[in-house]
Design a protein around this ligand. Structure first.
Ligand SMILES: Cc1cc2nc3c(=O)[nH]c(=O)nc-3n(C[C@H](O)[C@H](O)[C@H](O)COP(=O)(O)O)c2cc1C
Length: 196
């Protein structure tokens, strides 16, 4: 089993990285391969809305030459996408938003001369999120956006792990570490049962 972790935090030692760490450790215990892609280290230009991708049926077909093509391949070649991000202005961070914009059109050919395949249609998605407000208020809009992304792109949405940055206390504690491990186990079990 393979997870493609799309990491949207700019902070390598930040809260999202801290919540992700036990999740990745548990993946290793479970024998799940996890490819972590730090999106701030990549070049992902914003979508131009040219819709050239809509007439390319056998690949993303994006006209922009940057790191998107390579990331898209990783997104296709895994069992689940893990969107790890802090909340910035009620949504994921900018590089992840650029990736979502590029992937939703490149991955679903609805608007060209003819309708085509959903290239991410066999995919599953889950989110690992940190935010300043309590989870529902801080991450609710992002979770809803991700659910709609999944619905439109024909991906299966598997759930979210979200923890609040209270600022005054250390971000990680034993409960949060355990929750991240439990989340990895739950995703692993769900996918195993689905693939039986
Ligand atoms: C520019 C910026 C915007 C933010 N916007 C929000 C927000 O809209 N809602 C929220 O709940 N938290 C917001 N936060 C708080 C972060 O989501 C939170 O501190 C998070 O844990 C940071 O994760 P990191 O350490 O991985 O960067 C914002 C933080 C920054 C730096």
């Amino acid at each position: 089993m393979k997870f493609c972790v799309l990491m949207g935090s700019p902070r390598k030692q930040g809260n999202t990285a801290a919540l992700l760490a036990p999740f990745l450790e548990e993946c290793a215990v479970l024998g799940v391969e996890a490819e972590v892609i730090w999106l701030y280290d990549k070049k992902i230009a914003p979508c131009l809305g040219c819709k050239v991708c809509q007439d390319c049926m056998d690949g993303p077909g994006c006209v922009q030459e940057d790191d998107f093509q390579e990331i898209f391949q990783s997104m296709v070649n895994c069992d689940a996408l893990i969107f790890a991000t802090p909340i910035y202005s009620w949504y994921c961070t900018a590089p992840m938003k650029a990736l979502l914009d590029r992937a939703i059109y490149a991955g679903k050919k609805n608007y060209g001369k003819q309708k085509g395949p959903a290239l991410l249609g066999c995919q599953r998605a889950a989110a690992i999120v940190t935010c300043g407000y309590p989870p529902e208020e801080g991450a609710g809009l992002w979770e809803e956006g991700l659910k709609r992304f999944c619905r439109h792109g024909s991906l299966e949405y598997l759930g979210i792990l979200c923890r609040q940055d209270r600022g005054t206390v250390p971000f990680m504690n034993r409960d949060r570490e355990q929750a991240a491990r439990d989340f990895a186990q739950a995703l692993h079990m769900t996918i195993r049962l689905e693939d039986l």
